[in-house]
Ligand binder design. Structure first.
Ligand SMILES: NC(=O)c1ccc[n+]([C@@H]2O[C@H](COP(=O)([O-])OP(=O)(O)OC[C@H]3O[C@@H](n4cnc5c(N)ncnc54)[C@H](O)[C@@H]3O)[C@@H](O)[C@H]2O)c1
Ligand SMILES: [Zn+2]
Length: 377
């Protein structure tokens, strides 16, 4: 197959490119080397076997240049910063996807498959259940006056008691920010236009993906990067809230396997699948995994993480996906976060990872006024 991979210079894209090449497909990459993801230019891991086109998914002309002659598309290019430039999320993630279908339909291209990268973030706070009322509900984003008091959990709308999260299926959507709104729009666009115009399409909602090549400079690319960086420099990382918020983590190799399956699997057409780790970890548990992996690497004790009562405005309390649907398709995750962290740490050591990376990330989050503190007293 001839496969176009947008965002093919990035983390998930480049690993997928490698798998495609290894399976004998020919690959064209469309990527604009977006900053700050690629702060230092074209990454060294780009395979010379793939054709590289420097271009932008917001440009119709670039789609017109790249799409003809392709059999399939992996659409990974996305804007995923944490800035309040809301329209950029739509321009890149939603309009970019519409342009893919626009050009395919206008030019009458025969695409066998389109796979778009969506996000667990589309589900927002996910589903919760009140054990007392036995009621499942999708909570709204948390009010800041509760966060200021250090009250982190969602309450049952009926009895006001504390609720517990439920692994969230693909049927639930409650996008809480511009990124998630644009990703939700991307999913609907791909599945609806795909069905309408006979372009077999699939949307994958990734949970937190972990592994080597994740940009150091992406302020929001998650706990693995920031915890590993802190421990790399012997510093204690900061855990937000109380550390009991849950996440699920999925290894990049598992994600690539899901991508490759959805390139050919007829049952994936017209569907959304969660691609997650299948197991919930608290952020404190995850920090412990990072600490242990880094201690093993460095052969010395490292400090425990700090829990100073800070929170990030806009964070979801729990984000855990149900992967039942992908399981039925024949996919399951094989690798635990221990491996992801070990692989990432190994890669980190191979980079000339200067201290400026960590300072850059911390400063960026502070400048955006995203990190806030619980009010004392
Ligand atoms: N990494 C995760 O944990 C995660 C989780 C959920 C969803 N996703 C989604 O998966 C996809 C890939 O994520 P990633 O982690 O590999 O990100 P990444 O930032 O490493 O890669 C994205 C790539 O897209 C390119 N890009 C950005 N804007 C572009 C534009 N306008 N035109 C062309 N190229 C552009 C960037 O240069 C980069 O190479 C994204 O759509 C993202 O929203 C990722
Ligand atoms: Zn209740």
């Amino acid at each position: 197959m001839k496969v176009l991979v947008t965002g093919g210079a990035g983390f998930i894209g480049s690993h997928t490119v490698d798998a495609l090449l290894a399976a004998g497909h020919s690959v064209r990459i469309l990527d604009n080397l977006q900053k700050p993801v690629h702060l230092k230019g074209k990454p060294s891991w780009l395979s010379p076997e793939a054709e590289f086109v420097l271009g932008d998914v917001r440009s119709k002309a670039d789609w017109e240049k790249c799409l003809p002659g392709m059999d399939a598309v992996f659409h990974f290019a996305a804007y995923q910063d944490y800035l309040p430039d809301f329209s950029t999320f739509f321009a890149t993630n939603a309009v970019g996807t519409a342009l893919l279908y626009e050009v395919a339909v206008e030019k009458g291209l025969e695409l066998d498959r389109v796979v778009v990268a969506s996000s667990q973030f589309v589900a927002g706070e996910g589903l919760h259940c009140c054990p007392k009322c036995n009621r499942v509900f999708g909570p709204d984003m948390r009010a800041e006056d509760r966060l200021k008091k250090g009250l982190w959990e969602h309450l049952c709308p009926d009895c006001g008691g504390q609720s517990a999260f439920v692994p969230t299926p693909e049927t639930h959507a409650s996008p809480p920010n511009a990124y998630a709104l644009a990703k939700h729009s991307q999913e609907i666009t791909a599945l609806t236009l795909g069905k309408r115009y006979g372009i077999d399409s699939t949307a994958l909602r990734y949970s937190i993906v972990q592994g080597p090549r994740q940009s150091f400079y992406n302020a929001y690319s998650g706990a693995c990067r920031i915890f590993c960086l802190h421990y790399h420099f012997g510093q204690a990382p900061v855990i937000y809230e109380d550390g009991a918020q849950c996440r699920d983590f999925v290894n990049i190799e598992d994600v690539v396997r899901a991508n490759m399956l959805c390139l050919v699997e007829p049952k994936a057409v017209g569907q959304i699948f969660n691609v997650g780790g299948g197991r919930a970890y608290t952020v404190a548990q995850f920090a412990q995994i990072v600490k242990e992996q880094m201690e093993a690497r460095q052969g010395k004790k490292l400090p425990d993480p700090l829990i100073p009562g800070q929170y990030r405005f806009g964070d979801t309390r729990h984000a855990v996906s149900s992967i039942e649907k992908a399981n039925k398709l024949g996919w399951e995750p094989r690798f635990a976060p221990e491996k992801s962290v070990a692989d990432y740490a190994q890669w980190l050591c191979e980079q000339d990872a200067a201290k400026d990376i960590l300072e850059y990330a911390v400063k960026t989050m502070k400048n955006l006024n995203v990190v806030r503190a619980v009010e004392k007293g």
